[in-house]
Ligand binder design. Structure first.
Ligand code: GLN
Length: 304
């Protein structure tokens, strides 16, 4: 059994001394204020151990990491009918790219790029009685933590600057792949992205995907097959046009967000979360990717 805490500490030391820490996302104005020095890492093993280094208890904007939790909730609500409206192929393009959507008649390539996540938001809007409240309650329940909140300033900041997301939603609507009003769907989508969580809360929230669909309290959130499918989608689509690189370097299913977070997991073994807001050119956390590469190399734990 590797000494996880000392491995995390060694990675932390290397990360805080790295020269190139990437660039904090500024296209969402509220995110531009994040401290670029913030670095946290948290590991939760299925046998109940937790390990953390750095700022693992400091909340940050989960952004696109929320897309996995929205997909999980939609799968629990409507099952396989999701795949009539969104595909499961890697896009090989940036998260906000629009061209493929038009070529492919309004069926997004996968649920983890923005257009796919907007379709999932539409499904949740149609199937939850109080969508924003119910979705937040779902996240609180799977994390077993009542303190998780939306950040209204971040949601508002995206609402007034999210032109590409409006373009994507309008295109989807023109292809009849949105049932609700564009403004309502995007209001939900911007809120889900604005959720703030710490590394340790995220490791706990994603526990069910490493644990055959059963959350920390051992309550079934998804079937084993559904959890397996979501992990497959994270592996192939979780890092946009860098999904291949993440599989190559890290070798785990995972998901990034432009707030600088990454969650990755090894089924039946652990969930690991990093947060470092500086992004690389593909919009994924520069140090988070490096730290996870180091982790799977030093511990020899990956799906391969
Ligand atoms: N809210 C962001 C957006 O829609 C999420 C992008 C991301 O985290 N990759 O642009």
């Amino acid at each position: 059994m590797p000494n996880f805490q000392s491995i995390l500490e060694a990675i932390h030391q290397e990360a805080i001394h790295a020269k190139d820490k990437g660039v904090v996302a500024s296209y969402i104005p509220e995110l531009a204020h994040i401290n670029p020095e913030h670095f946290g890492m948290h590991l939760k093993t299925l046998d109940g151990q937790s390990y953390g280094v750095g700022d693992y208890n400091v909340p940050f904007s989960i952004q696109s990491i929320s897309k996995v939790l929205a997909l999980s909730k939609a799968m629990a609500l409507v099952g396989e009918s999701i795949w009539e409206r969104v595909d499961v192929e890697p896009s090989g393009h940036p998260f906000n790219q629009l061209a493929l959507l038009e070529i492919e008649n309004g069926i997004p390539r996968n649920p983890l790029i923005n257009s796919g996540a907007i379709v999932i938001a539409d499904i949740l809007l149609s199937n939850l009685e109080h969508p924003k409240e119910d979705f937040l309650n779902y996240i609180k329940a799977i994390t077993n933590d009542d303190t998780i909140r939306y950040n209204e300033s971040v949601a508002f900041s995206e609402k007034v600057t999210g032109f590409k997301n409006y373009a994507a939603a309008n295109l989807l609507k023109s292809f009849n792949n949105l049932n609700n009003r564009v403004d309502d769907v995007l209001d939900f989508y911007f809120h889900q992205c604005s959720i703030e969580m710490t590394c340790s809360q995220l490791s706990e929230a994603f526990f069910f995907l490493a644990n055959k669909g059963n959350c920390l309290k051992n309550i079934a959130q998804l079937s084993e097959t559904q959890a397996k499918r979501i992990n497959a989608i994270m592996l192939t689509c979780g890092f946009y046009d860098e999904a291949g690189e993440f599989a190559f370097e890290v070798g785990l299913p995972g998901k990034s967000g432009v707030g600088g977070g990454i969650v990755a997991l090894l089924p039946d073994q652990f969930v690991i979360t990093t947060c470092s807001p500086g992004l690389n050119k593909k919009g994924n956390s520069q140090l988070g990717m490096l730290a996870l590469e180091q982790f799977t190399t030093k511990t020899k734990r990956s799906i391969f």
